[in-house]
Each structure stands twice: as structure tokens, then as C-alpha cells.
Design a binder for this molecule. Structure first.
Ligand code: F6R
Ligand code: MG
Ligand code: MG
Length: 386
């Protein structure tokens, strides 16, 4: 019997800026799911990180299920109405289309779904990030499923020893490739190091996995809002589902991948790099320089379509060191102001004034003559070149 975990998330308005969700909006989303989802869902959980509301749903309808997607869409619509009533900032910003047309993909919300054969005990983690992009999952997911220094189970657990298959998407050209670790480890890294373009969409077990042959074991949202809307309309803050234990990374191996606050892009105005800080729910609000980018992990167990949990996994002093490092990195990077590599390269920035600056001074640029010896004098008073 197959079960589907569908995680759908959207920013439908926040306060005071892009800081955090507003409780009445979250309540409206939740009551919509509660009142309209009974016949579709066996269970659900509503949470939030930063300005994004997150809906985790359990059902038997398979992935890309029109009714489940429509339920989430309508819940976000209902929440948007409340957000508008209170004048919340960016109310409805991730709902890019006017009406639902059968599949929530390409409509704005981020979506991660997997159909699984639930085990006797089915533990899994939901990771939710704010102020970053889908490629932010490349580093930790690679570490969880392919790096033996992070996940010793790859070396010492017979069930993991053959490794895993990575489905990598080229989100610019909408193409995908399946690569196998450890055999294609360096090829995988060659691609996913370019995290703005090549993103891990899924991890699968190999057919010879003794406990879980040919199963989905991790899935990440890969929706790029700017590609959908053709312009900057908000961040593509990603979420991911990772199954754990018994021939998969242990809970602690999956979490360990976040113990080093690696740099991700998408901070302030979607245009800066910053460290990804693992936090508990109570600290999932974006303050300093609209961040720093954060990740929350919720731990669930699924049985007969019902969820137990969640456990707020990073709400633990064991991650204080990572948080301290993240804040130190913030202090260091912030002193760079608008300079790269704190600021993203021109082509990756979500906001830029460069075209306007170039337009303004287009007649002032002059060719640099080869071998020009004499420096031109500058009339300081008029600030013009003679
Ligand atoms: C980053 C983010 C924020 C906003 C910033 C400016 O992903 O969401 O940093 O980009 O607060 O927002 P606007 O342009 O809406 O005033
Ligand atoms: Mg936002
Ligand atoms: Mg967000």
C-alpha cells in the first residue's frame, strides 16, 4: 500500500516586512485544510518558517494529485484574504495565477512530494528554509546520502553501503539526470556545486537496497519563482522531506549535515550570500539584515496514515555552536557591504540598479586607448573629465 507525503508552502503575506507569518493567517490556512481536507487527507500538519506557511499532508492520492493541490491552493487563497484584510506585507505574493488549473506546479507555491511504501515505523524529517533558494539543499543532501565523513552509515551499515541515486535538475533548461553515488560522486559534485542551476530534486535507493529497493527517500522543492513569473516576485525559499533510519541516514546523520553553517544565496533582497543558521521554531523569524537565512527541521513518525510529532529538531543546545559560527560569519560578511562575494554576482541578483546606472552614464563611458600615457586632468569643481 502506497502513501503520499505532500509538502506545499507559500509566502502569502508577512509582518512587519518579510520577517514572519501572522497567526490569524496561519489559523485560516489551517481551518481551511481541516474543514475541507477530511475526505482527502489522513493527516496534516501546518507550520511556518520566516514568512512562509508550510502544509505537510498525508494521503493515498499519489503525487500531482489535483484535489490535494487544489486543497492547498484554496487554503493559501483563504489565508491571502485574511492577509489582505490586515494589510500584511506582500499579501498573496507567491500565488502567481488567478485560478487553479489542475496542478499547483508553476503557480507559485513550492512543492515537494513523494509516494512511498511506508515501513513498519516510518520516521522522516521535514526541512524548511527561508531567505534562500532550492540549491541550498545541495550541500546537506549530498552530505547525508553520499559523504561518509558526515554519514558513517555509508561505510558501516550494510544496507547503505551500495549508496544512493541522485536525481539532479538543470532548472534553467528544465532537464534532469540520474547519477549514482559513490560511482559518479565527482560528477554529481561537478554539477551541484553550481547550486543556482543544478539542484538535487530527489534521492532514491538503488534496486539492490535490501530494505527499501527503488524507493524515494528524499525530495526537495525546486520551484523558481522568477522563472515562473519572468521577473522577481519573491524568494524561492525551499523545503525538503528526508526519510531516515534503517538503511537510510540516521536522524542525527541527516541533522549533522547542517552543523556547519555553509553559505547560501538569497539573503537580503534575494541578492546576498549568507550562512544558513539551523534554528528551532521559536527563532524562525528573519530579523538581522532580513535573515540570516535559516533552516528548521521537524521530525515525524508516520503510521497507518497518521503523523506523530513533530519534534523541533534544531531546538537543542547541540546546535548552539553552529548558530554562533553563523552569527560570526554574519558579522564578517556584513562588513563587506555591497561588495561580492557577500553580494551575489550581477547575473544572480534578484534586485539590481546596474542597468539604470549604465543607462545614466552611457554617454560618459569612453574607450580606453591603447598606450595612452598622459592621464586626463579632472576638473574637481564640476567633477567632470576635461
Ligand atoms: C529576501 C527578502 C527580503 C526583501 C526585502 C525588500 O528574500 O524577502 O530581504 O527582498 O525586505 O523587500 P521589498 O522589496 O518588498 O521592500
Ligand atoms: Mg517573502
Ligand atoms: Mg520566505
Amino acid at each position: 500500500m502506497k502513501t503520499t507525503i505532500s509538502h506545499i508552502k507559500a509566502d502569502i503575506g508577512s509582518l512587519p516586512g518579510h520577517t514572519t507569518v501572522f497567526e490569524p493567517v496561519v489559523k485560516e490556512v489551517e481551518s481551511h485544510i481541516k474543514n475541507n481536507g477530511a475526505s482527502l487527507l489522513s493527516d496534516y500538519y501546518i507550520s511556518h518558517v520566516g514568512d512562509d506557511i508550510q502544509i505537510t499532508m498525508i494521503h493515498n492520492g499519489g503525487i500531482d494529485n489535483a484535489e490535494v493541490h487544489e486543497l492547498a491552493w484554496n487554503a493559501f487563497k483563504a489565508g491571502t484574504a485574511v492577509a489582505k484584510k490586515y494589510g500584511l506585507y506582500g499579501a498573496g505574493q507567491d500565488l502567481l495565477k488567478d485560478s487553479f488549473s489542475g496542478n499547483i506546479k508553476g503557480m507559485g507555491p513550492g512543492i515537494a512530494e513523494m509516494e512511498i511504501t511506508a515501513r513498519k515505523s516510518e520516521p522522516f524529517l521535514v526541512f524548511m528554509m527561508d531567505k534562500t533558494e532550492p540549491g541550498a539543499f545541495n550541500y546537506p543532501v549530498f552530505k547525508m546520502f553520499a559523504d561518509p565523513f558526515n554519514t558513517p552509515g555509508l561505510v558501516i551499515d550494510n544496507n547503505m553501503h551500495d549508496g544512493f541515486i541522485f536525481e539532479v535538475w538543470d532548472i534553467v533548461e528544465a532537464k534532469r539526470i540520474y547519477l549514482s553515488a559513490p560511482e559518479h560522486m565527482y560528477d554529481i559534485l561537478g554539477l551541484i556545486g553550481s547550486k543556482g542551476r543544478y539542484v538535487i530534486k530527489r534521492v532514491l535507493t538503488k534496486p539492490e537496497h535490501e530494505k527499501l529497493p527503488d524507493e524515494n527517500v528524499a525530495v526537495i522543492t525546486t520551484d523558481k519563482l522568477s522563472f515562473i513569473a519572468g521577473e522577481y516576485v519573491g524568494k524561492d525559499d525551499p523545503a525538503g522531506i528526508v526519510r531516515i533510519q534503517s538503511g537510510l541516514p540516521a536522524s542525527g546523520e541527516a541533522l549533522e549535515a547542517f552543523s556547519h553553517p555553509y553559505l547560501v544565496s538569497g539573503w537580503m533582497r534575494g541578492s546576498f550570500n549568507g550562512p544558513l543558521m539551523p534554528v528551532g521554531m521559536k527563532y524562525a523569524k528573519m530579523t538581522r539584515f532580513d535573515g540570516p537565512p535559516r533552516v528548521v527541521a521537524l521530525g515525524f513518525v508516520l503510521k497507518d496514515g497518521k503523523l506523530s510529532g513533530p519534534v523541533d529538531m534544531f531546538d537543542d543546545p547541540a546546535f548552539d555552536g553552529a548558530r554562533k559560527t553563523a552569527v560570526d560569519v554574519v558579522d564578517y560578511l556584513r562588513r563587506m557591504g555591497p561588495f561580492e562575494p557577500h553580494r551575489l554576482p550581477e547575473e544572480d541578483m534578484e534586485y539590481t540598479s546596474l542597468p539604470r546606472v549604465l543607462e545614466k552614464f552611457k554617454n560618459k563611458f569612453e574607450p580606453i586607448e591603447k598606450g595612452q600615457k598622459k592621464q586626463k586632468s579632472i576638473n574637481v569643481s564640476s567633477n567632470e573629465i576635461d
